[in-house]
Design a protein around this ligand. Structure first.
Ligand code: HEC
Length: 495
């Protein structure tokens, strides 16, 4: 914490009693859940069910509820094909596996620490059977079964010696559609000329850590990024600098190009010369790439994801969901919500509220960090303030269901893409009937009739179930296509 007039002991006591805005430089205020920032403690309790649908609300057509609580400081998320969700708690050094909700109460069915003792694990991604983890100064990986979420072999570091310390310690790793591994490294300071050119940059490596490259620079702190479906363009969030007042500079969404320079520290927003460090660097500022979309100043966009799920209506597929962590240095709080970005036909981007209510009248109950889309289309939101993960799904009935504490699944989509014929062959080949058909059950086995599957599953959900079935149902060695075919057959036969 910087030393300043505000955070004296007396100041801390004052802060402990509630929200406090405190100005020590003109145009500069600390106004955040400061206890949380100073002590790194869990900021708030997991919200009660009552807040969902009343205080925390989702955009029309969606409902929001709690998926998991009791995860202090939870940061980044990565869903697995089998339905489980990976989540990091950097402070504890843990990568968690949160089991899918199979009992239908809307909550994760349990959690397992997959990796422990890591150095501030933050970003996580899964690619071709490997789990990648971005630590404070490194990236490591370990083999993972994306169906069951079980690890195999040793976790080994493939990149070491990334610059660390300073203001922005979180590292994010994602594997791009081009098969390269992308790692973002934030700046060491609010505004300065970095000594290490890998800071305030997007780096790129082969997935074994070789061939390091500085892909793009001038990105002060790009914590979240994803590739736009269709174009394959890489978009990244970026947090604007502090100490220039409540409303400047904007935070940014950037379209990241190889070799691109995005302005920091000599320019802010759309090539506006930085008042502290811009002088003498006018040309460089002029050549910086302006944001694709400006977010309001200090709202702190972090994780982002493009929605891809096939069951989404057209107007939602390809929309980017972005978590705004919320301001800490603005006299009135702003951010503390999840927004959606809609690309208009003319290329402009429209920002709308997606999940709101984490802050109301300066009262904060949550701070969104990352967003991710599960195989069944569930959108997950992590909150490092309340130590919670929320789920957002299609269906307005959801809000009421959350309040009642029961789960009403959204209307399942009946669209089938798998081959029922191949599915029927798999049913025979694996003799599923020995447990599921009274007429053909193995003597001594109490058959479990399969019925009305369509009421509870769509094809994606059922395929996800087959990737990680509830014990004692055996796990079969089926690839994604075979699971889909079998699911299509089951929905056809046992609707
Ligand atoms: C050894 C017995 C056994 C075999 C063989 C078996 N299952 Fe199951 N299956 C179970 C059990 C037990 C459950 C219930 C698990 C639970 O409590 O949710 C189950 C549940 C299911 C469900 C979920 C039902 C629901 O109502 O949610 C589906 C679908 C299913 N099995 C499909 C299959 C298919 C397809 C095969 C063959 C590839 C198969 N099972 C083979 C024991 C078996």
């Amino acid at each position: 914490m910087k030393s300043n007039h505000c955070l004296s002991i007396a100041g801390l006591l004052a802060l402990a009693t509630g929200a406090l805005a405190c100005t020590w430089i003109p145009g500069y205020a600390v106004n955040a859940p400061v206890l949380h920032m100073v002590f790194g403690t869990m900021g708030a309790d997991t919200p009660d069910d009552e807040v969902f649908g009343s205080r925390i609300v989702a955009a029309e057509g969606f409902g929001v509820g709690l998926f998991a609580g009791g995860l202090p400081g939870v940061r980044f998320l990565r869903p697995l094909e089998g339905g489980a969700l990976l989540a990091t708690t950097p402070r504890e050094g843990i990568v968690w596996r949160l089991e899918a909700d199979r009992d239908g109460d809307g909550r994760s069915d349990g959690r397992t620490p997959l990796l422990e003792g890591l150095d501030r694990p933050h970003g996580v991604d899964v690619h071709e059977g490997w789990l990648y983890v971005a630590e404070g100064d490194a990236v490591g990986r370990v083999e993972i079964d994306v169906g069951t979420g079980e690890l195999d072999g040793e976790y080994t570091r493939i990149v070491d010696g990334l610059p660390e310390g300073g203001n922005h310690w979180t590292r994010t790793v994602r594997i791009g559609p081009d098969g390269w591994m992308y790692v973002s490294v934030g700046s060491s300071c609010n505004v300065c000329f970095e000594e290490d050119e890998r800071r305030a940059a997007m780096l790129r490596f082969r997935t074994d850590g070789s061939e390091p490259e500085i892909l793009a620079t001038g990105l002060r702190n790009s914590v979240g990024f994803d590739w736009q479906p269709g174009t394959g363009d890489l978009y990244a969030t970026d947090n604007g600098r502090d100490l220039l007042g409540d409303d400047f500079p904007p935070c940014e969404l950037n379209r990241v190009e190889r070799g691109g320079f995005y302005g920091w520290p000599v320019a802010n927003g759309a090539r506006v010369l930085d008042p502290d460090l811009g002088e003498g660097h006018e040309e460089r500022a002029r050549n910086s790439i302006p944001p694709a979309h400006p977010f309001r100043a200090h709202t702190a966009p972090l994780g982002m994801v493009f929605l891809r799920h096939e069951n989404l209506p057209d107007e939602w597929r390809g929309v980017a969901i972005v978590a705004l962590h919320g301001s800490w240095n603005r006299s009135r709080k702003d951010g503390y919500e999840v927004v959606s970005l809609h690309w208009n036909a003319d290329g402009t981007i429209e920002e709308r509220d997606f999940v709101t209510g984490f802050e109301r009248d300066e009262d904060v109950i949550g701070r969104p960090v990352d967003v991710a889309e599960g195989v069944d289309g569930t959108i997950y939101i992590s909150d490092d303030y309340a130590g919670s993960i929320y789920r957002v799904e299609r269906g307005p009935q959801w809000d009421e269901a959350s309040v009642a504490g029961t789960r009403a699944r959204p209307e399942p989509a009946r669209k089938s893409t798998g081959s029922t014929e191949h599915g029927a062959a798999l049913w025979e080949e694996h003799d599923c009937a020995r447990c599921h058909d009274a007429a053909r059950a193995t003597p001594g086995v109490v058959p479990i009739p399969l019925e009305e599957l369509g009421a509870r599953y769509d094809e994606t959900r059922l395929a996800a179930f087959l990737a990680a079935p509830t014990p004692p149902m055996p796990l079969y060695p089926l690839d994604a296509a075979a699971r889909r075919d079998l699911a299509a057959f089951l929905l056809d036969r046992f609707d």
